[in-house]
Ligand binder design. Sequence first.
Ligand code: GLU
Length: 272
Amino acid sequence: MKIERFAPSPTGLLHLGHAYSALLAYNSAIRSGGKFFIRIEDIDQIRCKKLFIEQILDDLKWLGINHEKPILKQSSRFKFYKKTLQSLWDNNYLFGCDCTRKDINIASAPNEKTLYGPDGIIYPNTCLNKIRSKKMPSTALRLNLNSLDKNNFSFFDKKYGKISFTKEEAIENIGSVILARKDIGISYHLSVVLDDAFQGITNVTRGEDLLEATKIHVILQYILNLPTPVYHHHKLIRDEFGKRLAKRDDARSIKNYRESGYSREKIIKMLN
Ligand code: GLU
């Protein structure tokens, strides 16, 4: 059975791009007799707001989306995340990093061309070979890809087909991404992988801006012995200038369209 999800971060209002993603995932699940979950990705307790959660849920209901209950909130999962980080630390998959953004910029500057990965500048591995403490440090924690005991990875995407990559390519193009931010104790990459598995998600539908990040997720699924779902990285909805919609763009929020008298049918038509 297909199990899909929509996983918004309540740091702003839902816009047309979110509606497109949620409806695609919902229709894919329901048309095949499957299940659809909503997960609230609220690990960043400063930027996430209760008001946005309420509005997002109301907008999804208005769009005709029914979901399984209960709704999982990532903020209820910190203990579990910490336990997983501890086991990754014990198995040498993590290293502590106290570099600031400025440190990283300076360390990357001498390179002829700075390389960018899914999370911005590829980390120059300044802290990779520092002496390891036995105890897991309270700094940020980064993934040490050198510890991988497998060379070839792949996943299937509904739009792009089979995507394969090697450990070396991951080291070069992704680098040592953060799995635990110092301020919140976890990162998007690890929480999304753990929770997709926890909720038994078989199919992940999301924007193609996350295609490169999925390689990190597939690596984490291997390390943690979790299944890899089938992915569908769909097109991004753009404004009339070709720019992808941003959370700050309240004019294109579903709330604003609703208040201006748009019907659900009209919104769906706009997305086609
Ligand atoms: N919370 C993430 C976002 O809003 C979810 C991405 C995903 O579907 O994995 O971008």
